[in-house]
Design a protein around this ligand. Structure first.
Ligand code: ZN
Length: 323
């Protein structure tokens, strides 16, 4: 089937949704599922190529957990929600946006499904621009909507996604559906819609993002384009380990590429010695409750310090007034 027959025989919305779903399945779901199965079926082989050793395995151990297929109920929940987010929530949200734009508002669609194919250089330029917009949106949403104590959705992101020890295959799409839509669907779709991508360009863009997510969340030591994907993987890992745990790192790595984190000062010190690696592993082993308690203690200490500072200032003012 050629592009022309596909466009002429189906509605634009159908082409867009089925095309997106197919790309997601081929470039993200199948390889991630394969990595996940490899991790749980051959944990003693997989552990040797995991950057975090045993911690990088879905169950956090080479011993099979009590539950389905050697994984615990928590890991089963992670898999189920990852699939639901990817195959249902994301696609449904995309369908609703296109339906509202074209049928309710009678406006043009966000993604262009037309017979004329774009020139290769047009697609390359569009994708580069969209990656930049996606990075800005990801950073802003992640930092200010999902990690701000004043945001009503931050507790969902913290109690769902941040209950993970470290990322492992399939966890790129694991989160509560609301933070998932905000962090994964909005930046990707809005950056493509901002330049009104041609459907073929959009499929290429989704394929590249899917491959990035597949490898960056695999937890493996050696990755294709090691410098680039290795960096993305390392930052995703540090974000999970160090966020909410305090532990010297505090909130860090909200973006994907690390450039905005570097510019805004939200990076964490690089692992330079064995001691720090051990500290990170210890933080990763803590569960979400321990992380929350540690965060609350740190917040209490900070408030005490502030109160003490204000008390000193008031006392000094009184002494000056009495003179
Ligand atoms: Zn986060």
């Amino acid at each position: 089937m050629t592009w022309a027959t596909l466009v002429l025989s189906h509605s634009p919305l159908r082409v867009e949704l089925v095309g997106t779903l197919a790309v997601r399945i081929i470039f993200y779901l199948l390889p991630s599922l394969l990595f996940f199965l490899f991790d749980i079926l051959f944990p003693s082989v997989s552990v040797a190529i995991k950057a975090r050793g045993e911690l990088g395995l879905p169950t956090g151990s080479t011993k099979p957990a009590r539950g389905l297929l050697g994984i615990g109920w928590k890991e089963a929940k992670v898999v189920a929600w990852s699939l639901c987010n990817l195959l249902v929530c994301g696609i449904l949200a995309q369908g609703v946006v296109e339906h509202v734009l074209t049928k309710v508002l009678r406006y043009r669609s966000a993604i262009r499904v037309s017979l004329r194919l774009p020139y290769p250089w047009e697609s390359v330029l569009d994708i580069l621009r969209a990656f930049v917009v996606r990075e800005f949106l990801t950073y802003i949403i992640h930092r200010f909507a999902l990690h701000s104590p004043r945001s009503p959705v931050s507790r969902y992101h913290l109690s769902w996604y941040h209950s993970l020890r470290v990322p492992y295959p399939l966890t790129a799409h694991y989160d509560h559906p609301i933070p998932y839509l905000l962090l994964k669907v909005v930046p990707l779709y809005a950056s493509a819609a901002a330049f009104r991508f041609h459907m073929t360009t959009y499929m290429l863009f989704v394929a590249l993002v899917s491959l990035e997510e597949t490898f960056a969340y695999s937890g493996y030591k050696t990755l294709p384009t090691g410098f680039f994907l290795g960096g993305v993987a390392r930052r995703a890992e540090m974000h999970v380990i160090r966020n909410n745990g305090g532990g010297g790192g505090g909130n860090c790595y909200f973006g994907v590429w690390g450039v905005l984190d570097w510019l805004c000062g939200t990076t964490a010190p690089a692992v330079e010695d064995h001691e720090q690696q051990e500290e990170e592993d210890q933080l990763a082993e803590e569960d979400i409750d321990e992380k929350m308690i540690r965060k609350a203690i740190e917040e209490y200490r900070r408030l005490l310090r502030e109160k003490k500072g204000n008390g000193n200032k008031t006392r000094r003012r009184r002494v000056n007034n009495n003179r």
